[in-house]
Design a protein around this ligand. Sequence first.
Ligand code: SF4
Ligand code: SF4
Length: 376
Amino acid sequence: MKRLVSVQRKGERTYRELMLSIVNGLGLKVYFRQARKVLIKPNLVTSKSSAEGVTVDLELIKSLVELLNEESKAEIVVGEAALVNTEDVFKDLGVYGLEAAGCRVENLEKGEWVEVRPPYSLLFEKLLVPRRAFESDLIIDMSKMKTHELTGVSLGLKNFFGLLSQGGRRYAHMNGVNKGIVDIYSYFEKEKKVISIIDGLIALSGRSGPIIGKPIEMDCVVASTNAVLADAAAARIMGADPAAIGHIRLASEVMGIDLSEAASDYGAPEADFDLPLLPDERPFRINLWVHHKFHKYPVQKDSSLCTSCTRCESICPKGIVTIENGNFDYKRDECVHCLCCVEACNTGAITSRMKNEYLFRALKRGWKTIKAYKDQ
Ligand code: SF4
Ligand code: SF4
């Protein structure tokens, strides 16, 4: 029987050998042969490289495209709609160079969008998805192993968020990002064949992910034909309990997927991740209230880091951000704490880290110690 999840270390192997071990381990050649139109959706959220732990390693994508071409006559498209300025991201990272391997690179922002109905409608009755994704019969979700200050981790499920229209992403950020993730993933999981591949060769650690953080060499790739299971295995490798990550837990509950099927007995590397305080944890909500009452949230961490690029200004769904001489400001009373601005900032000039976060962490640790003592 084929394994549900494959975790492979790269070590001294070539990218092709690594990808081939995933393809053979999960029996993916059958998927490749049956496909007519393939969309590879990598996480190329911004112009930061794979070595910085932010975007998928292009060599991994190239090896996958080559293996697909060897097994199948399918039309292969590598498509992404980045947070801001997809065309610039493609040029900066050299994404168009992948076409030499036998695929087409498409800026999904520029194509048509089609209305679909997600099966569970947790947040959306209807969704807009790229026509390219709608017409593909195999979706290969290639994500990066990263922390995310809003959702805890950014892995395969979160990468599906990039197949939502910009309006849909903003709406979900304001009204329920976990439900939005499950709506978009469950649509594709129900209608298409899905493969999820998580690039953990160089991962991103830190509490300000998914663009700002510390790259750490994990030297592994996690893959599955189910993004929930791939995420569960990858979260465990990162040192997180997948059931404590809101969108992974929600997906498993709604879609009836047993997270224990992605057991961590794959010889996974040792985790050394600095994970964000998970938004689901109750202190976060108290903390948010305290912060909103007495401070600003999000905050400008360091104005000297601001390049006045205006990415934050252009992505804010409320249109309340202004940038003047490197100073980030917003109308506090109208802010919905969606953190789109923080996610879009490439330099770390703004953050959602709360001033009293350490106090809450210390209190939480203290409470756990007391509880453990009482339970003895
Ligand atoms: S200022 Fe930032 S957190 Fe507030 S609504 Fe705008 S994008 Fe969202
Ligand atoms: S705060 Fe960040 S995203 Fe906003 S203008 Fe400055 S560098 Fe750009």
